[in-house]
Design a protein around this ligand. Structure first.
Ligand SMILES: *Cc1c(COP(=O)(O)O)cnc(C)c1O
Length: 367
């Protein structure tokens, strides 16, 4: 079965192999050397002043960022399940919370965010997804971050890049926390979360807040190539291996260019089949199609053509399907996926099969 869900994504064979070695102790020079190399490579990937790893899923890094960087009121953009989560985290920690809500296909507007921070002096942090995975939507985070900083320089910008880091180059000039998770674009099993931080963020963190998710304790330890608690040794070994693999295969720029091209080719082939791309500003991390037959298409993909794509959640359950674009994906795999969608449409009596999806995909990607 081809795993084409926007997280978890397939783990390359050499990475699985690297993680199958005997467990090593985390307080050893041997592991610290691995940790150091992985950490150094993360600085290259994130482009931030500091970087911290947690043994947790991505949500742990969201919580760490909110509790350490927001001391008063959090403004969160909610255009999907993950944006909504930031608000829930703020409330769980009794922080003030203001939410800007959008339809799941609609990117946040810079003006709305600026208006909101201007009208509430208590807001000291803004949290937003770069790519909101609920609908495959790209928010204009860099513009929002810049505009917010122009209103009040000390407002912290928390950017959830869980389906963006490793997909595209992110301009971190005005971002204070950039969050990633292992099981999306980093092609690892779930369980490792990473936060890139600006110097301003490190300053605001001070002594830190929370216990396990106290960023100050982790920064202190990780600068010495160790962790406050037991490190996720196996995943850190896997992280080093995947970052080396990306380097060997041409580096981040090539990964971003390939992902962009692939996402464009899939969108073009879906359009050529008469299907509709759901988000008004699609992210390159996944291709989301809204369709009355979304459930039937998804079932056919799985049962007839061995392709596992994701559905929708909440009000979009049964109304969309999402095809992953993250990771090192071979064009022949992707070509099979778009071809399978066309075969499914034929089975549903929607459109006679003539190879259009595969042709358009290939014409776009090899143009
Ligand atoms: C998957 C995802 C998360 C949550 O990550 P977990 O690892 O499941 O905790 C948060 N934000 C975005 C944008 C995601 O895609």
């Amino acid at each position: 079965m081809l795993l084409f869900t926007p997280g978890p994504t397939p783990v390359p064979a050499n990475v699985r192999e690297a993680m199958s070695k005997e467990t090593i102790h985390h307080r050893t020079p041997e592991f610290e050397a691995i940790f150091k190399s992985a950490r150094e490579k993360l600085f290259g990937l994130f482009g931030t002043d500091e970087v911290v790893m947690f043994a947790s899923t991505g949500t742990g890094a969201m919580e760490a960022s909110v509790i350490n960087l927001c001391h008063n009121t959090l403004l969160n953009v909610n255009a999907g399940k993950f944006g909504e989560r930031f608000g829930k985290i703020a409330k769980a920690h009794s922080l003030g919370n203001v939410e800007l809500k959008y339809e799941w296909d609609t990117p946040a507007s810079v003006e709305d965010v600026v208006e909101a921070v201007k009208s509430n002096a208590d807001i000291d942090a803004v949290a937003i997804q770069i790519s909101e995975s609920a609908g495959g939507l790209r928010h204009p985070v860099e513009e929002i971050a810049q505009a917010v900083k122009a209103v009040r320089e000390d407002i912290m910008i928390i950017a959830d890049g869980i389906t963006a880091v490793g997909v595209e180059k992110i301009d971190v000039t005005h971002i204070d926390a950039l969050i990633a998770g292992s099981q999306k674009a980093l092609m690892l099993p779930p369980g490792l979360a990473i936060v890139g931080l600006s110097n301003a963020a490190v300053e605001k963190i001070g002594e830190g807040r929370g216990y396990y998710f106290n960023l100050a304790s982790e920064i202190k330890k990780q600068r010495q190539n160790t962790t406050a608690y037991t490190a996720a040794t196996t995943l850190v070994i896997g992280l080093l291996e995947i970052l080396e693999t990306i380097e060997k295969q041409g580096g981040y720029e090539k990964l971003y260019a390939d992902t962009t091209k692939r996402a464009e080719a899939v969108r073009a082939s879906m359009n050529a089949l008469g299907l509709h791309i759901y988000p008004k500003s699609p992210a390159n991390s996944m291709t989301t199609i809204d369709d009355a037959n979304a459930k039937e298409i998804r079932d056919l993909l799985k049962n007839e053509y061995n392709v596992n794509v994701a559905g929708g959640q909440d009000h979009l359950k049964g109304k969309i399907f999402r095809i992953n674009q993250m990771g090192l994906i071979e064009p022949y795999e992707m070509a099979w996926v778009v071809n399978a969608v066309e075969l499914a449409l034929d089975k549903l009596g929607r459109r006679k099969y003539d190879g259009t999806a595969n042709r358009v995909f290939n014409e776009t990607i090899f143009a």
